[in-house]
Design a protein around this ligand. Structure first.
Ligand code: AMP
Length: 204
């Protein structure tokens, strides 16, 4: 048997905008050798490249609204069927509402798999707003204006936070305190995953 360079893990990271889930998600994906699948990143890359999909979603992202479940679901289904996602992935930004949870269940059930762990990154609204204002100043993202920030956090609280209940009922949610230093938070996540038997393997 050859040494494995990755760990099988089907993970989802959920947290409000500004919780640091993008940063933490990347770190985890890298550590486990699994692809990070971020729907927001996929949409932004398409907008930047001027693709047909990008043109379809530009106004929606600028308004801080959600892209249709149909379009987003098709995108995720396609991405998760690619060979690099066969043994695991870290989803960031999908699912974001109850309909998307249902669709993801179906996508994974068709593969005979399911999510292993949902990482819930807890950050108070005030802290999220402060971090997003900072990111706005640094990166100039078009959906990071104060109004858009508030709008996206409202959508998160109304539609996304409730999906955690369904995952909680399955016993797969790990709630992580998202306030603290970046490394400290990464370590909290690794510790929670390790407690569920998901550990990093040495790369070969
Ligand atoms: P994010 O980077 O995850 O905050 O996503 C940025 C934007 O992409 C969101 O405000 C939505 O317009 C769109 N988006 C990302 N993921 C989804 C999703 N699962 N469903 C619908 N729209 C999404």
């Amino acid at each position: 048997m050859t040494a494995s360079a990755h760990t099988t893990a089907r993970l989802l990271i959920v947290g409000p905008q500004g919780s640091g889930k993008g940063t933490q998600g990347l770190r985890i994906a890298e550590a486990f050798g699994i692809p990070e699948v971020s729907t927001g990143d996929i949409f932004r890359a398409n907008i930047k490249a001027g693709t047909e999909l990008g043109k379809q979603v530009t106004a929606i992202l600028d308004a801080g609204d959600l892209v249709s479940d149909e379009l987003t679901g098709a995108l995720v289904s396609d991405r998760l069927s690619q060979p690099d996602a066969e043994d695991g992935f870290l989803l960031d930004g999908y699912p974001r509402n109850a309909a998307q949870v249902q669709h993801l269940n179906e996508i994974l059930a068709a593969q005979g798999t399911s999510l292993d762990v949902v990482i819930q990154l807890d950050v108070p609204r005030e802290e999220s707003i402060a971090r997003l204002n900072l990111r706005s100043a640094e990166q100039g993202r078009s959906d990071d204006t104060p109004e858009m920030i508030a709008h996206r956090l409202d959508i998160y609280e109304a539609q996304t936070a409730p999906i955690l209940e369904a995952f909680g009922a399955r016993g797969i949610v790990e709630r992580i305190d998202g306030v603290g230093g970046l490394d400290e938070i990464t370590e909290r996540i690794f510790a929670a995953l390790a407690a569920r038997g998901i550990v990093r393997t040495a790369a070969v």
